[in-house]
Design a binder for this molecule. Sequence first.
Ligand code: BGC
Length: 736
Amino acid sequence: MVSAQILASNPSLDERVEKLLSQMTLEEKAGQMTNIGLMAIAKGDFWMKRDTVELDTVKMRDLLLLHHVGSVQNLGTYPFSRQEWRKNIDAIQNLVMQESRLKIPVLYGIDAVHGANYTEGSVLLPHQLALAATWNPALANKAGEITSYEIRASGIPLNFSPVLDVCKQPQWGRIFETFGEDTYLTSEFGAAMIQGMQGENISNEYRSAVCLKHFIGYGLPASGKDRTPVYMPEHLLRQICLPPFRKAIELGVSSVMINSGSVNGMPCHADKYLITDILKGELGFEGFVISDWEDVTNLISNHQIAKDEREAVKLAVNAGIDVCMEPYDASFATHLIDLVKSNEVSIERVNDAVRRVLKVKFKLGLFEQQQTDASKYPKFGSDEFVQASLETAHEALTLLKNDNNILPLGKNKKVLITGVAANSLNYLNGGWSRTWRGVDTSFNDTGKKTIYEAFADKIGKENLTYFDGTTYNEDVNTAQTALAASQADYIVVCLGEVPATEKPSDIEDLTFPQAQLDLVKALAKSGKPIILILLEARPRIFTEIEALASAVLMAYLPGNEGGRAIANVVFGDVNPSGKLPITYPRYTGSIWTYDHTKAEERDVNFGYNAFNPLYEFGFGLSYTSFKYSNLTFEKDTINFNDDIHISVDVKNIGDRSGKEVVQLYSADIVASLVPTVKQLRRFKKIELQPGESRKVHFTLNHTDLSFVNQQNQSVTEEGDFKFMIGNLSKTIYFKK
Ligand code: BGC
């Protein structure tokens, strides 16, 4: 009854934490620092394929009572219903609240990375990269709100989301889980999504605690393979990777997960400088730091910096890891207890970690209430949430090519639709969809439309011919599909990427598999216009067939409403307004981002034309056109402490309403460290009716023009800065 006594006097958060901490044994503390997978307390082997999960009372008592494990995560090999989630979590909480000495509730965490993806019947939203392609942070905010609502309806209060890794390596298989290649865009979308998830207060039964991941540099693996080394000087790491985390931490987030890989030769899980000095010290992070899946033991097996588990635990905890995600057992806690007893880990370090965990549990209101009232979630899976998912997919779809305004297609035409992604919900949803890899078709939601089905709703099955054409990488019926092309007015080919994440998402070649490219080549022989739709986790290269396509629509991984959204755009019921949050490469040998340096543009003729991606960051067409004029600065010389006021007029000069993303970039003309050719500073998405014009204002200050110098200091230098919006630019002098 100790925690009930603490509550009775209603002391402040810190007092409650201190009082509870003062009563805990070392064993109880080590337990609070241990996170296990749900399957560790289920009947059967951890990885066994199951139809139902039965909790094992012997294992539960061992891990939750004897070892005092304080947090649990994840699920089995199938999505749980809300009832099943709550039944399992209630069983855990009941045991701990009734039989443990201190009655500290368990913290349950899940990866709800595009909606509550592991709960049956939840709304599957577009993945993060698609969210970023909307350039409309309000939609990320709504996505965050929906996700929290639906995981809370499942009884889960902690979400291992969002991913704030900036990704400048398009081969990396988790780029779809990020907000793309730009630091500013990632910061803005991260903040919006977190605010939607947390709301005003995470004790609210519709909001959740967030866990940012993966600190830091995870999106920059040199090899392009998941969980592999990053090499980057600290000043660039600070400039590129730190700002999204800094901004998110200012919002009071609960938790941060660590990058599984190494940065500059040091595995992040053992990097005291990164975790303790920068994250907790400099950024002032007050929540708890959690390791990624098995990544403390990976200090032995993957990284070879620890000889055994005991040493790995010592390195990780001393570096600043507060909670260890070792899914299978509580051996972490056993080692930790031993290390404290032999003075190799201090009790102060342990107390600090436990304080951080308890604080989050108190803030979530877990001590007051562990059970979820199922009747309070009428909006779960509701039309309102489905509509939000659809609107987000609409705004994400990015029209990359539209020769002779071939799109939108008329609804009275004959269409041949083909390609591996044409009739698949899995290819719309990608990884983390009902299951981890998202490939099992038996868990697909009924009633959701594939692209083919959504097309049939638009133009009738009688006007539509479907062949799959290929699998992900093999021909199925290309020849037969090509024969059907002569009967069609248009050919729509849905190229796609087999769902995956983490290690299974590693690929050897960024180019689309040859079978998919060959399908397009065979179809092109018909002379009929080809529309390509890209369903992909990363920008797969298709340059050898790009010229064969009249139109290209980038769909990312748009989620369960993606089929309908694509049909709405292709047949003109929705005007596309997405813009690329990444640079789309033309060649595998020319991988770079929009914010490269001028030297990288030097070409073989000694000109500056080497930067030649297929489509640029920020690019995306509309069915209408916009004209920019009157780029105006309040002053031509700006003093250091003055705000910079910029305005521009944008006019819809086409004949239908449309949304436009006004993007402001700046370039430092001369700097003491090589500057980038341009850097995104602000953006605003606006909607204009035909003929309508709007003045868009931006305000910046000197910190927006800063960079991190070799001494790792953020500085803004005096000199000329060029500002660019649309096709307009102007140079102003910034005076110190
Ligand atoms: C992934 C994380 C995820 C964790 C828990 C790890 O393998 O890298 O992103 O949050 O598993 O499922």
